[in-house]
Design a protein around this ligand. Structure first.
Ligand code: NAP
Length: 524
């Protein structure tokens, strides 16, 4: 399918008239054809108006129709074939295998949310019967959850498919009954157009209202900001930098009607190396593989190690030196991300007390990242906030603690994180048990003897965490519960039966699990 440089508003695909921009091939540092037309205020207004008009119609679609829509989006994405993968490779520098895997994950997410929609539990249908004889009498009360309204989605640079136009935010918002307006990431404009048109085709094929989906092309600072400020938009999904996420949070909070922003931002994902685990000869290789996977451009990248001073830790560091030394330099997603990486590494290396322990292979090719491991004493780490900043790429900092008390102090000191890993054996259980309560307060996902890279799309997954890893610690952006971000409860008191929504009708025509007078009833 030809890429035309077009955005999508409702049923129309067209070339924006407010200037142009091109995507960049980071492996060559050259622009890629074609040019993309940029959206202006009138385009934004039209997309938001259509989304607002679509909301009541779309949220009234039956569970089956909505689930089918999500599945059809997955089918239409697969129909794009190799052209999608080729364009995404060119725009992101990511390898074919990774992008094919990501496409599979994107479609699986859409299909998972189709199942979630059909299952109906997301509505939290809850009925309390009237008790007219009671003093005072209790009214008939029925609760269900409904969508918040049109959602603005900002695609992530590091997942051009799975966290972008038809990624987890879009899939969960559509599942919740919310129309979506996507602001395409400037790093993968062609990929965005291809996927956007697949979503639009699915919407038309499934008879969804115009405005259920739009894709805008423009700069974050203008069109992105205006989108979040638009009164029709009722929630925001974002993955990117802390600065970008905070800017959107401020805009959303300053509106006449403030709205929630679900921003996934920075995380260094501390990995605690307990003494028993250092006997595992496979650990250095496993760490180096996780650190360098995808050029280190994962939000769950192990950017920080924490260990206890010992000969065993020194041996681990020496072994990591060998494994990282064998890692080739790899292309980063964008020239901007590459520049930020090089600057971040240089700043870290220049901090007093920080020493380099391992270096991967360098390269003169454009936008390539060299992997590094640095080390610092815990006393320095605890006193210098600059050591805690995210370096987005394949660099990690080992924090060496004098004793267990200092390791616990480091765990207490770190900011909110998406993940933390503990490497331990049964011999380490006393220290592991002391770490756990602190980690529960600090992170969204605690894992043992593994690394956070590789986020399973499943019902029990949490990809979230306290600030600054996300803007709202109560939620997840991956997994079935991501739908909860775009829902709110409504209570119907003494509403006549002929006006009640299907999910709350006495006969339970949707045949969904409900809580009736405090008891879970699986179906009618
Ligand atoms: P970004 O600069 O935050 O951009 C993400 C999206 O938000 C883009 O669509 C961007 O628009 C838009 N945007 C940025 N600043 C904005 C603002 N002030 N107002 C409104 N919209 C704004 O992130 P990125 O380009 O993807 O990567 C840059 C850095 O983000 C990385 O170096 C890394 O530190 C971090 N990052 C973190 C994660 C994570 O999961 N933790 C993932 C990806 C990136 P444009 O397209 O116009 O730029």
């Amino acid at each position: 399918m030809q890429i035309a440089g077009e955005m999508i508003i409702g049923r129309s695909a067209f070339f924006g008239k407010e200037g142009t921009m091109k995507a960049v091939d980071p492996s060559r540092n050259t622009e890629i054809e074609p040019a993309f037309g940029l959206a202006g205020a009138a385009d934004l207004q039209r997309a938001c108006e259509l989304a607002e008009q679509a909301f009541d119609v779309y949220r009234a679609t039956g569970l089956e129709a909505r689930a089918k829509f999500l599945e059809t989006i997955a089918d239409r994405i697969m129909d794009l074939g190799p052209a999608l993968i080729e364009r995404a490779m060119q725009e992101s520098g990511l390898p074919q295998v990774r992008l094919e895997g990501e496409r599979g994950r994107t479609c699986n997410q859409l299909r998972l949310f189709a199942k979630v929609v059909r299952d109906g539990r997301w509505q939290s249908a809850t009925l309390d019967s009237a008790l007219p004889e009671r003093t005072p009498p209790r009214p008939d009360l029925r609760l269900r959850k409904i969508g918040l309204g049109p959602v603005a989605v900002f695609g992530a640079s590091n997942f051009p498919l799975a966290f972008s136009v038809a990624g987890g935010d879009t899939a969960s918002a559509l599942a919740a009954g919310c129309p979506v307006v996507v602001k395409a990431h400037s790093a993968h404009l062609g990929t965005s157009e291809l996927v956007g048109k697949a979503v639009a085709r699915a919407a038309e094929e499934c008879g969804m209202p115009e405005g259920v989906f739009s894709l805008l092309i423009g700069a974050g600072q203008t069109i992105g900001q205006e989108l979040v400020a638009h009164p029709a938009i009722k929630a925001v999904g974002f993955t990117g930098s802390r600065a970008g996420g905070i800017a959107l949070m401020r805009t959303a909070a300053a509106r006449k009607e403030p709205i929630p922003v679900y921003a996934e931002m920075s995380s260094i994902n501390p990995v605690f190396l307990l003494p028993g685990a250092l006997d595992n000869p496979k650990l250095p290789q496993a760490f180096a593989d996780s650190l360098t996977m995808g050029s280190g451009q994962f939000c769950t990248n192990p950017g920080m190690l924490v260990g206890l001073k010992s000969d065993k830790l020194d041996a681990f560091v020496a072994a990591v030196g060998g494994t990282i030394g064998a890692k080739p330099a790899t292309t980063m997603l964008t020239p901007g991300i590459h520049k930020a990486y090089v600057t971040g590494v240089a700043n870290l290396a220049g901090i007093a007390g920080v020493s380099q322990k391992a270096a991967g292979q360098g390269s003169d090719a454009p936008c390539t990242a060299q992997a590094f491991l640095y080390q610092v004493p815990a006393s320095e780490f605890l006193s210098n906030p600059a050591l805690e900043g995210e370096i987005f790429g394949p660099t990690s900092l080992l924090v060496v603690c004098d004793d267990e008390a200092q390791m616990l102090a480091v765990a207490e000191h770190v900011e909110g994180q998406l993940t933390s890993a503990v490497h331990a054996t049964a011999d380490d259980r006393a220290l592991a048990a002391k770490l756990l309560p602190t980690l529960e307060r600090k992170v969204g996902r605690i894992l043992f003897n593994g690394f956070g890279t590789g986020v399973e799309v499943a019902h029990a997954m949490v990809h979230g965490g306290p600030f600054p890893s996300t803007s709202d610690t109560r939620t997840t952006s991956v997994g079935a519960s991501a739908i909860d971000r775009f829902l709110r409860p409504v209570c119907y008191q003494d509403v006549p039966s002929y006006l009640l929504p299907e999910s709350l009708a006495d006969a339970n025509p949707q045949n969904i699990p409900r809580v009736v007078n405090g008891e879970l009833v699986w179906n009618s």
